[in-house]
Ligand binder design. Structure first.
Ligand SMILES: Cc1cc2nc3c(=O)[nH]c(=O)nc-3n(C[C@H](O)[C@H](O)[C@H](O)COP(=O)(O)O)c2cc1C
Length: 232
């Protein structure tokens, strides 16, 4: 399995004070260490957009995108160089592991900058008005997304008191379709700002959920073989 890990928190995961450590990064670390515990083989590339934010797209970027490849000047090629390499990383991966905080009810600007760089016409999606009112279609397919996140408040889940304020997981789920993602697993820690028992319970539950998710990546033994092994 090929994993592209994206970390979006501006906080690191090794501060001497435990409470200063990024929870979303710790969830991603836990997922990877549980894959190892379960002997799930993987290769990984890391894009730490929280520490090294990608550039924002600009007018030169857009003009280069809409110029046919064979007609692009060296300046245009340069304007798209970062986008090209981020898309190559995305193309390489079977699984995206995105760890992100909620900032201002949505994703951090650095992570949005990454999405803006990789969701690109004729590279990651095609545009065809013959498709009627839904002209965009993803070019890549078959990818999975594991999305681990952390919030200060609570109630962002479906049916929760702040469901209508969740512009984080909903937005990332929508965008991930254009990256070729066909399955999303989403684990969130809430209540960070309350630092109370509810936060501790939310963390414990999320770390357990991430461990269970890692187990689901074990190669599946075909049912007939499992039955034969049990009857032997
Ligand atoms: C700039 C900033 C904006 C934030 N905005 C929100 C918010 O809108 N809603 C919320 O529930 N928590 C918000 N928080 C709290 C974070 O989501 C919370 O601290 C989370 O644990 C951060 O993720 P991390 O631990 O991986 O760094 C914000 C924190 C920061 C630093």
């Amino acid at each position: 399995m090929k994993i592209l890990r994206l970390d979006a928190s501006v906080r690191g995961d090794s501060h001497e004070r435990l409470s200063y450590r990024s929870i979303s990064r710790q969830l991603a670390n836990h997922f990877l260490s549980e894959l190892k515990v379960n002997n799930v083989h993987f290769e990984m590339k890391l894009r730490d957009v929280g520490k090294i934010p990608p550039a924002f797209i600009d007018e030169a970027w857009l003009a280069a995108c809409f110029t046919p490849e064979t007609k692009r000047t060296p300046e245009m090629q340069q304007a798209l160089a970062l986008s090209d390499s981020l898309i190559d990383e995305l193309h390489w991966a079977d699984l995206l592991l995105i760890s992100t905080p909620m900032y201002n009810y949505g994703m951090p600007a650095a992570l949005k900058a990454w999405f803006d760089q990789v969701i690109r016409v004729n590279k990651t999606f095609s545009f065809d008005l013959q498709r009627g009112d839904f002209p965009l279609a993803p070019i890549f397919s078959g990818k999975r997304l594991v999305l681990v996140s952390s919030t200060g408040e609570f109630g962002f889940e479906p049916g929760g008191v702040r469901e209508h304020m969740n512009h984080l997981t909903t937005h990332i789920r929508t965008l991930s379709h254009y990256l070729g993602v066909e399955q999303v697993d989403d684990v969130q820690v809430q209540f960070q700002e309350f630092a109370d028992a509810r936060h501790e319970a939310s963390k414990a539950q999320a770390f357990e959920a991430v461990a269970a998710l890692a187990k689901a990546f074990l190669p599946q033994v075909p049912k007939q073989i499992e039955e034969l092994m049990q009857s032997a």
